[in-house]
Write a protein that binds this ligand. Structure first.
Ligand code: GLN
Length: 576
């Protein structure tokens, strides 16, 4: 029989509840327990798939095609497990289930109410992962939102009932709060935490553990005060101070013995976790021996959460390459317009050792992405295109390499003369927006001896998708003639999943989202090799710079050695 941990948050949102929960999952797993994590979100959308990245950040897609909250990405990365649709529940889906039953008459004439029907459905979902995986030891359920929100109430009430109905040793409650530092007074304040716990207790949930987020040290006195006012033993109040890398959080929790106390609270007899590998990994992340700069040309650059998994994938990929990846965010709309020539692009990408075009929807910012792609291709700067990034590469190469001046995607111009990207057959006639894209994991056959094969080292892979458009097969032969290699195809050969340019140091684009499968312990091969290519690019640029410096006339024999004529020798490594 599994045990259940509930993670709630108070005071303010964005405290890193998902990371705190995922870190606990990581430690329990390191203690030999089998852990499943899930997230309950109080909003009324059935899933976040229809929400703008500006509203919600990235939509994280699972193997089974579930479109989820980005915290599921943290869970997968920290616990190195693959989750499924049942691990993300929204209030919208709770109501959808209940209303479908109601229409079928399954409530037998009864009035359908929040208590007991909504809470019963939530309790059923708390248990579901343990029923589907009978060998699981712990289910960690994180509740989105903040205690005190009207919309969180049914979830908290369900947890209260659930805890009451289970033996006390089978459930635990972890509450995350903020302990702010008031600069004018020069001290930290515990009152918001006290209020947040009072609010939670008024709903009937006494937390077992408190994780106090702070940007200043909390100290023993304040911890004692919090423990006293919140009705908790001192050891159950933990400090969660800001850290350089989210991957340090499990180590911080372990240092304070959070995992040991949680296991004791739940009656698990476990051994101390072996965290050596994790520590070594964190030390490279926090103190990388070197760094490279990679430009990300996107549309949602003000909201980094929109590209959460890409950011994490770069952190992972830096580890085997012994570098930190500095991300240079470029708003693609700044790269369009008549005045954007090579000079402007050179200015923007100066000092960048790679260019990535991430996924996206709609025509805004496309000309800028196409310009960036051309610049990377012509100047032999490592290029990685993801989903929309592949589609931009098709448009750019269609226009400049294949000679299809009007090449475009049907997404941006339905009557394009050369729709090198068009709607997938399976998408024709689809009008509903929610959950209707090509979603989830699909197999892909990799071309032997291609760069893609060199990266994966396998001829058959599977990657996660989220798109409606695809490469138009009518143009494939023309692209191949121009030197493009379609190095990844669906097993029936009908869908292009990867393309590359063998004449370029690294020009690779994929129709899927590799960032969704990268883990800190297993960086994604495509990100790993792309960062590797950026490192090479940087080395070349350094060598060139050193050579130039050497060749510069020494001050004493200035007149005797003429300088190299200023040619376009730096053209190829302009990014360096
Ligand atoms: N808008 C494109 C499509 O639907 C690309 C989607 C994406 O980048 N995720 O095919």
């Amino acid at each position: 029989m599994a045990k259940f941990v509930f993670v709630t948050g108070g005071v303010v949102s964005a405290l890193g509840k998902g990371i705190a929960a995922a870190s606990l999952g990581n430690l329990l797993k390191a203690r030999g327990l089998s852990v499943i994590m899930q997230k309950f979100d109080p909003y009324l959308n059935v899933d976040p798939g229809t929400m703008s990245p500006f509203q919600h950040g990235e939509v994280f897609v699972l193997d089974d095609g579930a479109e989820c909250d980005l915290d599921l990405g943290h869970y997968e990365r920290f616990t190195d497990t693959n989750l499924s649709q049942i691990n993300n529940l929204t209030c919208g889906r709770v109501y959808e289930t209940i209303l479908t039953k109601e229409r079928k008459g399954e409530y037998l004439g009864r009035t359908v109410q929040v208590i007991p029907h909504v809470t019963d459905e939530i309790k059923r979902r708390i248990l579901l992962p343990a029923q589907e995986h009978p060998d699981v030891d712990v289910v960690i359920t994180e509740i989105g939102g903040t205690v005190g929100d009207i919309e969180s109430l049914p979830f908290l009430e369900a947890i209260r009932q659930f805890r009451l109905e289970m033996p006390a040793i089978d459930t635990a409650s972890v509450h995350l709060t903020l302990v702010p530092y008031i600069a004018a007074a020069g001290e930290i304040k515990t009152k918001p935490t006290q209020h947040s716990v009072r609010e939670l207790r008024s709903i009937g949930i006494q937390p077992d553990f408190l994780m106090c987020r702070a940007d200043h040290a909390i100290g023993e006195d304040a911890r004692r005060k919090i423990a006293l006012f919140c009705n908790l033993p001192y050891e159950s109040v933990f400090e969660g101070q800001d850290v350089k890398s989210i991957y340090q959080v499990p180590l911080n929790q372990h240092e304070q013995q959070f995992d040991r106390l949680l296991c004791e609270r739940l009656g698990f007899e476990t051994t101390e976790p072996e965290l050596g590998d994790w520590e070594r990994m964190v030390s490279v992340i926090v103190n990388p021996p070197d760094k490279v700069r990679i430009a990300i040309v996107g549309k949602y650059t003000e909201l980094k959460d929109a590209y959460k998994s890409i950011i994490e994938s770069f952190i992972h990929a830096g580890i085997p390459n012994h570098v930190g990846v500095e991300q240079v965010w470029v708003d693609s709309e700044t790269l369009e317009g008549d005045e954007v020539g090579d000079r402007k692009l050179r200015e923007v990408f100066d000092d960048c050792h790679g260019i990535l075009i991430p996924g996206g929807f709609g025509d805004r910012g496309i000309p800028g992405k196409v310009n960036a792609t051309r610049y990377a291709r012509e100047n032999k700067i490592p290029f990685f295109g993801i989903c929309l990034g592949l589609q931009c590469a098709m448009i750019e190469m269609g226009r400049d390499l294949v000679g299809l001046e009007m090449a475009n995607s049907a997404e941006f111009d339905a009557s394009a003369l050369h729709p090198v990207i068009h709607l997938m057959e399976s998408q024709r006639g689809v009008t509903d927006k929610g959950g209707t894209m090509r979603l989830g994991s699909y197999p892909c056959v990799v071309k032997p001896n291609s760069r893609a094969y060199h990266c994966y080292g396998e001829l058959e892979i599977a990657e996660r998708h989220r798109h409606r458009y695809e490469v138009n097969n009518a143009y494939r032969a023309a692209f191949e003639e121009a030197g493009v290699v379609f190095s990844g195809l669906s097993p029936d050969g009908e869908l292009v999943e990867m393309l590359e340019l063998p004449t370029h140091p690294f020009f690779l684009a994929v129709q899927f989202h590799p960032e969704l499968k990268s883990r800190p312990s297993r960086p994604h091969p495509l990100f790993r090799e792309f960062v590797g290519a950026a490192v090479e690019q940087q080395n070349l640029a350094r060598e060139l710079a050193a050579k130039k410096k050497d060749e510069q006339p020494k001050p004493e024999n200035k007149t005797s050695q003429p300088a190299e004529p200023a040619g376009n020798t730096t053209e190829e490594t302009a990014a360096g």
